[in-house]
Ligand binder design. Structure first.
Ligand code: G1P
Length: 322
């Protein structure tokens, strides 16, 4: 969109969403259905990301997809035939649902021909940025960071300190080898906020013994445009792929300020069934239509699986009402 950057709330125009992955942790579902389209209750994960990006004030979603994942982009296009049918049948609510994604944000396709890594995927977005964009946001669609609003906090930190700002969560020792892990020091000028730290290093998926902390990158990045130059200078790293983490580490080594905001709320990992199912339960329980029924069903299931005894549930219910 042609709005100048200073008219964008939080000065972010483009959010890059890497969505070219093969979804191997979700096979066989992802054999033909892109994992970004799997529904959280009834809404594809990528639409939740688009909503978060629009809330941030961005107007463009650069979706990086593989050639066989056209369905991800199609979700952001109008579907006239279906719209007409729903309109003829007076199904107004459903009509709103299928038009919603296209109305949230302008989706711009970027194709990653080969799976060369997250760093490579993000680097491809440079070609669609406008000249006035000195910052680019990246949101990984596997990660739901809740409540939303962490990107706004990160934009505030960037306004104070400049450079790049990432989101971190604290993870258990046994999980550090699954993430980009930060080496941190207290941020000068962060005042009383213990959740803002300066980063002095970052390493992708370290062994626990080599991990500099338990603070892990969690799918939300606000990156200075310099990242593209750094991405051109890295070589394949962890897993033989071009890693975004390595480009950020390079910027840090060269003196570029990088900070994190430690997120203390919730996070769901939609990229594998073990994280996806709790996300569906969480969203389902809060859903006005499905919540009450789901609560009853889950209670029953948990009794059947011996998670709770019937008496525990009665006690809790009585405690809540008494
Ligand atoms: C990616 C990043 C990693 C980050 C993680 C967050 O890893 O490379 O630094 O901590 O996302 O979800 P992936 O999960 O794609 O292997």
């Amino acid at each position: 969109m042609s709005l100048p950057i200073d008219e964008h709330v939080n000065a972010v125009k483009t959010v890059v969403v890497p969505a070219a992955g093969m979804g191997t942790r979700f096979l066989p579902a992802t054999k033909t259905v892109p994992k970004e389209l799997l529904p959280v209750v009834d809404t594809p994960g990528i639409e939740l990301i688009a909503e978060e990006a629009a809330e941030l004030g961005a107007t463009r979603l650069a979706i990086i997809t593989a050639p066989n994942k056209a369905g991800v982009l199609a979700h952001f296009e109008r579907f006239t035939e279906l719209e007409n049918t729903l309109e003829e049948r007076g199904k107004t609510e459903q009509l709103g649902k299928i038009r919603r994604a296209a109305g949230l944000i302008e989706a711009v396709p970027v194709t990653q021909e080969r799976p060369l890594g997250l760093g490579h995927a993000v680097g491809l977005a440079e070609s669609i940025l406008d000249d006035d964009e000195d910052v680019v946001a990246v949101m990984l669609p596997d990660d739901l960071v809740l409540p939303t609003g962490v990107m706004e906090r990160m934009a505030q930190v960037r306004a104070n300190f400049g450079g790049s700002v990432l989101c971190a969560v604290e993870v258990a020792d046994e999980d550090v080898s699954n993430y980009g892990i930060f080496k941190v020091e207290d941020a000068e000028g962060a005042g009383e906020d213990p959740d803002i730290k300066r980063i002095t290093g970052m390493v992708e998926k370290p062994a626990f013994e080599d991990a500099p902390s338990n603070l892990a990158a969690t799918g939300r990045y606000l990156l200075d445009r310099d990242i593209f130059d750094a991405l051109r200078r890295i070589t394949p790293g962890s897993g033989g792929e071009l890693q975004l983490t390595d480009a950020i580490a390079l910027l840090i080594d060269e003196g570029h300020p990088v900070h994190i905001v430690v997120h203390r709320g919730k996070r769901h990992d939609l990229g594998n069934p073990g994280g996806y199912i709790p996300a569906c339960v969480d969203f389902g329980l809060s859903h006005p239509k499905y919540g009450p029924q789901l609560k009853r069903a889950l209670t029953q299931i948990m009794i059947e699986h011996g998670v709770f005894a019937e008496q525990d549930i009665t006690d809790v219910a009585q405690g809540a009402s008494g």
